[in-house]
Write a protein that binds this ligand. Structure first.
Ligand SMILES: [Zn+2]
Length: 508
């Protein structure tokens, strides 16, 4: 049981109790936030709910009781509730990352130039590559304590960035102890998370993937009233025996089944088989379903895409990573043509930041590059046809509202959490970020969604709330010993590099 840990998210120090205090006091966060019955109000912010039924407000309040949003609107009466002054701030739901490999935090920036697979070119992008170093060299030497500190540190870093929910795709399940370390770190981080039970990268001897899913589900996820839930990893590139087993276990346990679906490793014909209901080992006839969450979807056939759409499966796109590491062009235009929308994936910090402002800007910039060029190409580049009106059927340009939706409510839907999070809707849990719109890189405020997507970055994330509990306050994580955790991460990094036989080199 989770409660047997005695720790989990609640093991972190609570804030000192004090009355609703004067404004501009560094300690004036509401005490005991998130506790049952505790009331506080976020007053006079620019509230962007991401729920069309709730709407947006030039100035409004958000009332939080316990872990839930009780009301959103102007001039709310809140009695003696504590108050968070949000004048000059944007109040919106936290970001949701539907694919992040947090166990790689100790290896951050190691592979800043790398592509997926060594292509034999001899270039610095080909060597080191992801599939020669990260999974087969580094991952197999991880001990459970290495898993724990990377998972924890990477999770806290994203919490600091306003990412209140993650799907952690851990491929580090060399033993049940490794799995438990990853799960404990997700609980201890104190943000909402889907624990993705994927394989043992490098296939370390004695690993119990996928069969240990049954124990994990029972031991850690028998309650649905907790911040962390479970997703089954079902990589099709592990071969028909393994993926038949993992998909069958996942469906038996009523878990979502997630998989990387991308150009290499012979995945395209496998997706075609699945789309035809003929996947898996002979006779098992595995097909797609609404329980599938597919990552990337680069390089797939039209039949594969139709199968995914018709099954109601979800797609998570890692815009910056796919562009950098040769997955292919992020398939957002394909999704538009099918009437589908993605959620966003940070993927791997070995190559690119897990920052969500980068995610949103990359999504919008990539799509507009592709579509703008498509429109220019409809003309002749000479007068009078150098600036054509888009032809019928041209995909619409993404706008800031679209990518905000990708980054919030779409992520919630794709992790089956939209009854709980993804928008500022009364009755949902209070996963809220407060962004400083008076900062030097943002003022004067002329457009709320535009300022968030076009201008903001991590330093503008002033306050972060998860399930009613204030976790970031005035730019800091008050219940986190960052220097201590950083030293632990550095010493884990030193161990992992040495054990993998990879020299550390700051100017590789
Ligand atoms: Zn991935």
């Amino acid at each position: 049981m989770v409660t047997a840990l005695g720790a989990g998210a609640t093991g972190l120090a609570l804030f000192a109790a004090r009355p609703a205090a004067a404004r501009d006091d560094d300690d004036d966060h509401p005490s005991d936030s998130g506790r049952p019955g505790r009331r506080y109000i976020i007053r006079d912010g620019h509230v962007m709910s991401m729920d069309p039924k709730v709407g947006d407000f030039a100035k409004a309040d958000v009332l939080v009781i316990g872990k839930k949003i009780a009301a959103v609107g102007p001039h709310l009466h809140a009695g003696d509730a504590a108050e968070i002054d949000a004048r000059g701030k944007i109040v919106m739901p936290g970001f949701i990352d539907t694919h992040h490999h947090q166990f790689e935090t100790a290896l951050r920036s190691f592979l800043a130039n790398g592509v997926l697979i060594n292509d034999g070119s001899g270039s610095p992008s080909a060597d080191p590559s992801y599939f020669e170093y990260i999974l087969p060299k580094f991952a197999p030497v991880y001990r459970p304590e290495d898993v724990y500190i990377s998972e924890l540190f990477g999770g806290l870093a994203q919490l600091d960035d306003g990412v209140t929910t993650v799907h952690d795709v851990s491929q580090i399940h060399h033993s049940p102890q490794h799995s438990d370390a990853a799960i404990k770190a997700l609980f201890d981080t104190g943000r909402r998370a889907a624990f993705g039970y994927f394989e043992s990268a490098g296939g370390v001897a004695g690993n119990q993937y996928p069969a240990d899913a049954v124990r994990i589900k029972e031991q850690w996820f028998s309650s649905s009233d907790q911040l962390v839930h479970m997703i089954m990893g079902g990589e099709v590139y592990l071969g028909p025996e393994t993926y038949t087993q993992s998909w069958q276990i996942g469906r038996h346990l009523d878990l979502q089944i997630a998989a990387h679906i991308l150009s290499p490793f012979g995945v395209r014909p496998i997706l075609d088989q699945l789309a035809a209901g003929q996947g898996g080992t002979p006779g098992s006839n595995i097909g797609l379903g609404p329980d599938n969450l597919f990552i990337h979807m680069t390089g797939m056939s039209d039949d594969g895409w139709l199968g995914v759409k018709n099954a109601g499966a979800q797609v998570s796109i890692a815009f910056p990573i796919e562009m950098n590491m040769r997955h292919g062009i992020p398939p957002v235009v394909k999704m538009q043509s099918l009437g589908m929308e993605p959620s966003l994936s940070s993927d791997v910090e070995v190559t690119m930041t897990a920052d969500f402002f980068t995610q949103m800007r990359s999504a919008m910039t990539l799509q507009r590059m592709v579509v703008n060029q498509m429109i220019l190409d409809q003309g002749t580049f000479t007068p009078p046809n150098e600036w054509p009106t888009p032809a019928p059927g041209t995909p619409p340009l993404l706008n800031v509202r679209d990518v905000l939706r990708f980054a919030t409510i779409n992520g919630a839907k794709h992790l089956r959490l939209d009854g709980r999070t993804g928008s500022l809707t009364p009755g949902k849990e209070a996963d809220i970020i407060i962004l400083d719109a008076e900062a030097i890189n943002v003022a004067p405020l002329n457009n709320v969604p535009g300022a968030v997507v076009s201008l903001m970055e991590r330093t503008n994330v002033e306050t972060v709330i998860v399930a009613g509990k204030v976790r970031k306050w005035k730019g800091k994580l008050p219940d986190v010993n960052l220097p201590g955790l950083r030293r632990e991460l550095e010493s884990s990094r030193d161990y992992v590099f040495a054990a993998a036989g990879v020299p550390q080199n700051l100017y590789r």
